[in-house]
Design a protein. Sequence first.
Length: 96
Amino acid sequence: MCLLGVNLRDGRMKTSRTLPFRKTAACPASAALVSFRCQNLPAETETVIREHLRSCDFCCAELRLLAHHQPVIVRYPVPEIPMNLRILAESILNRG
């Protein structure tokens, strides 16, 4: 439940609190908010972030912004170990 509202006269966000609109040490990292949005967090962590969002307008706004972020999944191919390096590694490991 984000407590964000819009002031229709000037378009700025308005809340009933006078807290500064910025990320603090108590705020979760952006990556954690993305994981929260994608429901990829343990239940305990999700609960902590959900509780934080109840009182942090900045994180609520960041979460809305991150909703436009498409997670990028990059799969890198695993290269083959050069044969001469494999032979060297095996000879070193077999010495013991």
